[in-house]
Design a protein around this ligand. Structure first.
Ligand code: GUN
Length: 300
């Protein structure tokens, strides 16, 4: 028996439909259109692709998209001034500053200048603290997407053993907080973990978020476990022809799919959920800003 494939692409489409439905109701019943501002500093090609995709999906969901593209040598004061302007703009409900920023800019300072209520990335120190103490917060998009897929597949996660591989502020740490919030027994593993295979073998849920291609083989997975692969790694694919590449996750899919109960593929798993959750967070921020009930099924 091979694992059930968790189709993140299809799931993301249902999240976007829900978002579009909420947006339509906000417009019809309250005359409010949610707005998302995305700030891109510099010309990093991968970031340009992401920002274009975010803008397109924002508009497709019926929301307003405001793109601010600044040159790579933008002064910190000018970026902070733009953030203050967006904080004060009632048409802007969500603000996202695309990372990484050019080296001369202090990322922590910039992120923490965003109004926490508009911080749709959930990176502001206030949101980190609110999530850690189980209070209402903005939740980082990638872990939120993983949580939605896990809840959809399992229903309740209560009492399950979860192992998160990776301790980043963007994925690993908030993922662990969300799983704890859903009453999992949570282990955060990382590069210094002793006997990682043994730690992973205990897990009913494995979330791999380290950025190392195919580092988790199938024989680390407990039979029947659910595997969420956050990694997006480009590797050489000589079998497709000279100079060709392909995307793989942090999990060795071909061996893991033989052992797991359910698994997300790469591409088409976690990836599409991230922008869908960004749209969800924007609607959530808009509802909170207007004292309206939060959209059901789109929050942690
Ligand atoms: N760069 C890569 N991923 C992300 C993300 O989720 N948010 C932001 N702001 N920048 C990123």
């Amino acid at each position: 028996m091979t694992a059930q494939i968790i189709d993140g692409k299809a799931f993301a489409a249902t999240v976007r439909e829900k978002v579009a439905g909420h947006v339509a109701r906000l417009k019809a019943d309250h005359g409010i259109t949610p707005g998302l501002a995305v700030v891109l500093v510099g010309e990093d090609p991968a970031s340009q692709v992401y920002v274009r995709s975010k803008g397109k999906q924002t508009v497709e969901a019926g929301m307003n998209s405001y793109e601010h593209k600044l040159s790579a040598d933008t002064a910190e004061q000018d970026l902070l001034a733009l953030i203050q302007q967006l904080n004060a703009d009632p048409a802007v409900h969500g603000i996202l500053v695309q990372l990484p920023l050019p080296k001369h800019l202090n990322e922590d300072l910039v992120i923490n200048a965003i109004d926490p209520a508009k911080d749709v990335d959930g990176f502001h120190i206030s949101n980190v603290g609110l999530l850690g103490t189980g209070q209402k917060s903005m939740v980082p998009c990638t872990p939120l997407g993983c949580l939605m897929m896990l809840r959809d597949y399992h229903g309740s996660l209560s009492g399950m053993d979860a192992v998160v591989i990776g301790r980043s502020n963007i994925v690993g740490k908030p993922m662990a907080q969300l799983l704890l919030g859903d009453s999992c027994t949570v282990t955060i593993a990382h590069s210094r973990t002793k006997d990682l295979p043994e730690v992973v073998r205990r897990a009913d849920i494995v979330v791999a978020a380290v950025g190392r291609p195919q580092m988790v083989p199938g024989d680390w997975i407990k039979p029947g476990a659910t595997v969420i692969d956050v990694g997006i790694n480009r590797i050489d694919a000589p079998e497709k022809g000279e100079g060709k590449t392909r995307l793989v996750g942090d999990v060795d899919f071909d061996s893991a799919v033989q052992v797991a109960g359910a698994i997300t593929p790469v591409p088409g798993g976690v990836g599409p959920m991230t922008i869908a959750c960004l749209l969800a967070n924007t609607v959530t921020a808009c509802c909170r800003a207007n004292g309206l009930p939060e959209p059901e099924g789109l929050t942690a």
